[in-house]
Write a protein that binds this ligand. Structure first.
Ligand code: AMP
Ligand code: MG
Length: 354
């Protein structure tokens, strides 16, 4: 049986006993799903190899895909990673918050948690429920997203219940995730250089204020057959709904013409709120779903996974969505959507733009 604990983050101190209960579960090697500002995490004691194995088993996640360890305060990273000046610059600017930093690991982090790598990923979440849970547990919490591996990440407790009820000990319901996409992941290369491994709501421009930033090829492109991913998670199909997602790169008229020509058999259309009324004029409004305003990629990121899950409930066979723009937080949407679409992008600009 999975216990569900509802916690109102605005009155956290009323729920101390619930947090203590969940922390005891973590300490004894059990699994607790909890809210963070990015998506819901599936937490276990990061220093306990058995807990790491249980996380992989519950999610159906390949065990070579390492787990991010969550600490209550940036300085706590010291016990688990070889930090340095650049880590503290990042911490000062972005922590607590949606940034994960990859550094060389200390022996205190079992190989199971780090998927056999010599490095470890560390994050200090800003969500108060998450911080209190980590503090009460007294250990760092290893937590991947609390979904079945490959499916869209969970941004509400309802999504976690749909995927993991009966497979884990506790689900803490602390409301919807503030950002809705997973953390930005950077690897520290040297005192002044970072490699971006996964884009998130902390943008490249923000990181450039602190260090030079290289963008790993796998952020925007398909990895060539046999290539080694800098971040093991990037080689797997990910974030995907059950229906085939196809991304359309083109203007409103091109997209409408393309979908009409292909036919609408069992097909859903995801679009921007700006185009919703026009699309409903062209297609049945029950098949049109809204991501957010075209120029507001934060709003789109907030809705992305819940829209993919909602569409999935209707058993469509195909979903069309616009290819996101790569600027700012758009890069995070682009990265998630090309993976969810297994890189199927139709270029409707060809011929039009020359
Ligand atoms: P999730 O836990 O579902 O948010 O995914 C975590 C991501 O972080 C995956 O893509 C992992 O491959 C990546 N990751 C975790 N630890 C490391 C590491 N030490 N080096 C590179 N990537 C990592
Ligand atoms: Mg995940």
């Amino acid at each position: 049986m999975t216990k569900i604990l509802e916690i109102n983050p605005d009155n956290l101190y009323f729920y101390e006993n619930d947090i203590k209960y969940a922390a005891e579960i973590i300490k004894s090697g059990g699994l607790v799903a909890f809210p963070t500002e990015t998506v819901y995490g599936l937490g276990g004691d990061a220093t306990n190899p058995k807990a790491a194995e249980a996380i992989f088993a519950a999610k159906g996640r390949p065990s070579d895909n390492p787990l991010i360890i969550h600490v209550a305060n940036p300085r706590d990273a010291e016990a688990y990673a070889h930090t340095g000046e650049l880590y503290y610059k990042l911490a000062e600017r972005f922590m607590p918050g949606p940034l994960t930093v990859i550094m060389n690991a200390r022996e205190s982090v079992p190989l199971e948690t780090r998927g056999g790598l010599s490095t470890v990923a560390v994050r200090c979440p800003s969500n108060q429920v998450a911080r209190m849970l980590i503090e009460e547990s007294g250990v760092p919490i290893a937590a991947p997203s609390a979904n079945i591996s490959g499916s869209p990440s969970p941004t509400s407790a309802k999504h976690v219940i749909d995927d993991l009820y009966g497979k884990i000990d506790v689900i803490i319901d602390g409301g919807d995730s503030a950002f809705g996409v997973e953390s930005t992941i950077v690897k520290i290369e040297d005192d002044s250089t970072l490699t971006l491994l996964r884009p998130g709501s902390i943008t490249v421009d923000e990181l450039l204020c602190i260090a030079d930033v290289k963008i790993a090829d796998a952020v925007t492109d398909k990895l060539p057959e046999g290539a080694v991913a800098l971040s093991p998670g990037m080689k797997y199909r990910h974030y995907a709904p059950k229906a085939t997602l196809v991304l359309l790169d083109g203007d409103y008229q091109d997209i409408v013409a393309y979908i009409k020509q292909e036919g609408l058999d069992n097909t859903a259309i995801i679009t921007y709120s700006d185009d919703y009324d026009d699309f409903c004029g062209e297609f049945s409004d029950s098949d049109v779903y809204v991501l957010g305003a075209r120029d507001n990629s934060r709003e789109q990121a907030h809705h992305l996974f819940s829209v993919l899950r909602k569409v999935d409930k209707h058993n469509y066979t195909k979903i069309y969505a616009p290819l996101p723009d790569k600027s700012g937080v758009g890069l995070a949407l682009y990265n998630r959507m090309i993976r969810a679409a297994a890189h199927q992008v139709i270029d409707l600009r060809q011929g039009r733009d020359g």
